[in-house]
Design a protein around this ligand. Structure first.
Ligand code: UT7
Length: 325
């Protein structure tokens, strides 16, 4: 059976970098608090010409350039996002038009921060059934438009950006080996983007800004460590792989303390966990593909390496995915 293999990666971050010191001017916070409690120092915030689909398209073009594949050869575009350019059409359709992938069908998925991992699992099912397919999978967010900039509990955490991969089928044992994905809709209220006005149009007023992110951070924190640990251990057991065989863990980048706890519980040394959180903050569905691209460009992913992904986000949604690079 054909496995889905990543043929190329790309990413795009907005030009503007916002430091913790700048946030000190906006809300009651400090560089010291944000650094020690989250590990975040900077985040990139989108400006003119950096709409969600424009960041996504730039990341896609970079991934295509690595592979030498032309946009017209792409059969399917999936964009994982919780901050789409519009509710309709999908951000994926905007990307299609922007890059000229005229032969692709295109749609978005929303599994919050787990979106890219869910998307990789989905793309891998397509390729198992139709090995000739070339799939462009993107995680892309402009969360700055959906953050309440007066809420210090959340506004210091998030950033904008996009990461893309091109998938094809492998002719050897490389590719996506398996995944363990989960959701818990009963706990939706722990992390969501809502407002009473968005649920009831009668309540809307003239300067309505739409739904904004809110989160019970400490509860999410506890669940994230436990659920990701469980999803990783279960997947490795199912695949008959030990932690010693894992070359690198690329986790969703939300909080340095979550990643430290997870790493310790999994018994992984620091050098086998990829972390770039301090530069970008939490970019939700974009965090893993941005990290994958960076790890790839740094030479940290070598042919044949076992690469483990794990993620956790609103929904709740979480999971793990194992692939041979
Ligand atoms: O991507 C999806 C998954 N998301 C996550 O995994 C995020 C998970 N959660 C977290 O990363 C952490 O819970 C946070 C970073 C959000 C918060 O850290 P915490 O250690 O759980 O702090 P807390 O929410 O328990 O708040 C501790 C204190 C509170 O003050 P009081 O009530 O003790 O007086 C907060 O009001 O820290 C206060 N606080 C802040 N202080 C300065 C919250 N945000 C800030 C801030 N600056 N930005």
């Amino acid at each position: 059976m054909s496995k889905a293999v990543i043929l190329g990666t790309g990413s795009c971050l907005p030009k503007r970098v916002v430091t913790n010191a700048e946030l000190e001017q906006m809300v009651d916070t400090s560089d010291e608090w944000v650094t020690t409690r989250t590990g975040i120092k900077n985040r990139h915030i989108a400006g003119e010409g950096e709409l969600n689909y424009q960041l996504a398209a730039k990341a896609a073009r970079r991934a295509l350039a690595v592979t030498g594949i032309e946009p017209q050869e792409i059969d399917l575009i999936i964009v994982a996002t919780l901050s789409p350019h519009m509710i309709m059409p999908s951000t994926a359709c905007f990307v299609q038009a922007e890059i000229g992938a005229v032969n692709a069908f295109a749609y978005d998925i929303n599994a919050a921060c787990a979106g890219f991992t869910y998307g990789l699992d989905l793309a891998s099912q397509y390729i198992q059934n139709r090995p000739n397919m070339k799939i462009l999978l993107i995680g892309s967010e402009t969360l700055s438009a959906r953050v309440n900039w007066e809420d210090r509990n959340t506004c210091v955490l998030f950033g904008d950006g996009a990461g893309a991969v091109i998938l094809g089928s492998s002719s050897d044992d490389r590719g996506v080996m398996g995944s363990r994905l989960h959701s818990d809709g009963n706990s939706w209220h722990m992390l969501c983007m809502d407002s009473p006005e968005s649920q009831n149009p009668d309540l809307r007023y003239d300067d309505y800004v739409g739904p904004l992110i809110r989160m019970n951070g400490s509860e999410i924190f506890k669940q994230a460590v436990r659920m990701m640990e469980d999803a990783v251990n279960t997947l490795l057991r199912e695949q008959g792989v030990t932690m010693d065989e894992i070359s690198i863990l690329i986790p969703h980048q939300a909080n340095i303390r979550i990643l430290k706890k997870l790493r310790e519980r999994l018994g992984l040394p620091e050098e086998r966990v990829f972390i770039n959180l301090s530069k970008y903050g939490n970019t939700s569905a974009a965090s893993i593909p941005i990290a994958l691209d960076e790890a790839h460009r740094q030479g940290r992913l070598q042919r044949g390496d076992l690469v483990l992904l794990c993620t956790f986000g609103g929904g709740l949604t979480w999971g793990s995915l194992l692939l041979r690079w």
